[in-house]
Design a binder for this molecule. Structure first.
Ligand SMILES: *Cc1c(COP(=O)(O)O)cnc(C)c1O
Length: 355
């Protein structure tokens, strides 16, 4: 039976990225050696880093003055590294979910944090609007897509200070005006590659201004100076990212991917709204294109496990909602084919008929 992978992360990758990686694990770039055993200083691997870097810049139209980095430690390390490098006196944050909350916690270890809004009062089912960011803040940090709750900020926030964004789970799913950001970071395992590498895009001029003496590894400047090669980078994850990015380019880039994301998520939300058994969990205007969260309608809550088993029997993998939301979450990252969404929708329709 064909399986459809709806996991939230690590998550679906294109068959192209997986097969290219498998091939390189056996024989990397015609070297007769495995990607797993090649020196990161070899010219063949340097070419991989250079090409990945160039493709990130090309796809996102990254302007001059920015550097792309491939770091370890996950997005979670960036929660601390970002304020350490950029927070001089005060930073503003918005609390839209668990990850945003964690980022705030880490920033507070570094300096003053202004939390301009929070949707914790309603279990993060919406994105706060009409907040004000102090003009004397060093930056405004937000989480563009809240992976656990299924909300997404699609419009770049209009604030008077530079932006810092955790884009882990909607990175490369639509065009972004990078010039508005001092820093963008994304754990690769949601939309670009396997776990192990975090892609960071940083404005060089924003660095080195805090007066802090930073630990070498936590200083972006270390990695900027050495082109992500200060120490051994996550070689295999970077290689897989490169294959994914090549595939994204082949598909037509971020505009084409956005169109696909709109098509897939609309199909699924339409079915959730139509089907008498289900309902969405978040404010309609804040619905995420990447992580679609839904539950059984009130009269049918006892059917949850039954639907889960029914869907599993039809090849749907990973649709259990996060424990802090319950119900279901179908992650529709870039690599999810429309066919997968159609299969899930058909599954929901057939389950409704059976009740
Ligand atoms: C998954 C996720 C994280 C955590 O990423 P790690 O790589 O596990 O540290 C942070 N932010 C968002 C938005 C995520 O989806």
């Amino acid at each position: 039976m064909k399986k459809f992978n709806f996991y939230a992360g690590p998550s679906i990758l294109s068959p192209y990225a997986i097969s290219q990686t498998a091939e390189a694990v056996n024989n990397f770039a015609g070297t007769g050696l495995s990607l797993l055993e090649i020196s990161h200083r070899s010219k063949e691997f340097q070419a991989v880093v250079d090409e990945t870097n160039a493709l990130v810049k090309e796809l996102l139209e990254v302007p001059e003055g920015y550097e792309v980095l491939f770091l370890g430690g996950g997005a979670s390390l960036q929660f601390y590294m970002a304020p350490l490098n950029l927070l001089k006196s005060k930073a503003s944050y918005i609390d839209t979910g668990t990850w945003a909350h964690n980022a705030i916690g880490q920033a507070k270890l570094v300096g003053e944090v202004e939390v301009v809004g929070s949707s914790a009062d309603k279990n993060y089912t919406y994105i706060p609007k009409n907040y004000t960011v102090s003009p004397d803040s060093d930056y405004f940090h937000y989480t563009s897509n809240n992976t656990i709750y299924g909300t997404e900020t699609l419009q770049t926030p209009e604030v008077s200070v530079p932006l810092v964004c955790d884009m882990s789970s909607d990175f490369m799913s639509h065009p972004v005006d990078v010039s508005k950001y001092d820093l963008i970071y994304a754990g690769a395992q949601k939309n670009v590659g396997p776990a192990g590498v975090t892609i960071v895009i940083v404005k060089k001029d924003a660095l080195g201004q805090t007066g802090r003496t930073l630990p070498t590894m936590l200083d972006y400047q270390t990695h900027v100076k050495k082109g992500s090669m200060f120490n051994t980078p996550p070689c295999l994850p970077i290689y897989t990212c490169l294959q994914t990015l090549k595939w994204y380019k082949e598909l037509g880039g971020l505009k084409a991917l956005e169109k696909l994301a709109v098509e897939k998520s609309t199909k699924l939300y339409d079915e959730i709204d139509r089907n008498r058994l289900f309902r969405g969990t978040v404010a309609t205007e804040d619905r995420s294109r990447m992580n679609v969260c839904f539950v059984m309608n009130d009269e049918y809550t006892e059917l949850s496990d039954q639907f889960f088993e029914f869907a599993k029997g039809r090849g749907m993998v990973g649709i259990k909602g996060h424990r802090s939301v319950g119900g279901f979450r179908a992650s529709l990252y870039n690599a999810m084919p429309v066919e997968g969404v159609d299969a899930l929708v058909a599954c929901m329709k057939d389950f409704e008929k059976s009740i």
